[in-house]
Design a protein around this ligand. Structure first.
Ligand code: 13P
Length: 248
């Protein structure tokens, strides 16, 4: 894989404080180097979105949220954050269906959330991935297919939808799939999307324990369009190191 237009999406999960916004300075400077043709996107907690948007104003780094409510506008939903609110803060992306949120979100709700985000013209990062038990029972493909088809049901245009393949057993464990399995599963996702011709150009990312040690191997896999990175993205040195190693 070349590093042209590959995505490095930082999912900060429930980490970060107002102070940690300062740590973006180094990444902002690094993002300006010519050799790096990547797209860098930060998805901090809701509370930090506005700080991140302001801090990255004169850079090509973009900001997103980690989830949104299924209702796109406003409403009596205590604790809810809508896609309209994310857009209002300057967010351009939203992660939907992350495995850490799937307990409260079935595919039907995920589908509604995607529709709500698209109605506000946000870019969606739809996370899909099998659990360890699915993998052991050889159910990976059927799980991925169900998550994709139900999550994307009745969507006419996927130009603003990125798929992130995140095997649940790989998140935060330091374990990543074999090159062969990863290639196979990404191809399977691509083939499943091809069922509808509108979906053929979707970007497909990999997420799960991406770090500065394994990025070179992961870059060898041809059909991945980038990475969704958790823990390693919250440390600016490591995040930059990952990006550096993607071009060497
Ligand atoms: P880690 O990179 O910490 O394994 O997390 C991956 C992830 O869940 C990104 O969304």
């Amino acid at each position: 894989m070349t590093n042209n237009n590959i995505y490095f999406i930082a999912n900060w999960k429930m980490f970060g404080s107002v102070k940690s916004v300062n740590s973006l300075s180094k990444v902002i400077s690094y993002s300006k180097i010519k050799k790096l043709k990547a797209k860098i996107i930060y998805c901090p907690p809701y509370t930090l979105i506005k700080y991140f948007v302001d801090k990255t104003k004169n850079s090509n780094i973009e900001i997103g949220a980690q989830d949104c409510h299924a209702q796109p506008n406003y409403g009596p939903f205590t604790g809810g954050i809508s896609s309209k609110m994310i857009k209002d803060l300057g967010g351009k992306f939203v992660i939907i269906g992350h495995s850490e949120t799937r307990k409260e979100n079935d595919n039907k709700k995920i589908n509604l959330k995607i529709k709500s985000a698209l109605s506000e013209k946000l870019n969606v990062i739809l996370c899909i991935g099998e659990k360890l038990i699915d993998k052991k029972k050889n159910k990976t493909k059927s799980v991925l297919k169900k998550q994709l088809l139900e999550g994307l049901k009745n969507l006419k245009n996927l130009s603003k939808v990125i798929i992130a393949y995140e095997p649940v057993w790989s998140i935060g464990t330091g374990i990543i799939p074999t090159e062969n399995d990863l290639e196979k599963n990404i191809s399977f996702i691509r083939d499943t999307l091809k069922i509808s011709k509108k979906f053929t150009k979707s970007k497909i990312l990999y997420g799960g324990s991406v770090n500065a040690k394994n990025i070179k191997n992961l870059m060898r896999i041809d059909n991945i369009d980038g990475f969704l990175i958790g823990g390693a993205s919250t440390n600016e040195k490591i995040f930059i190191d990952i990006m550096k190693k993607s071009i060497n």
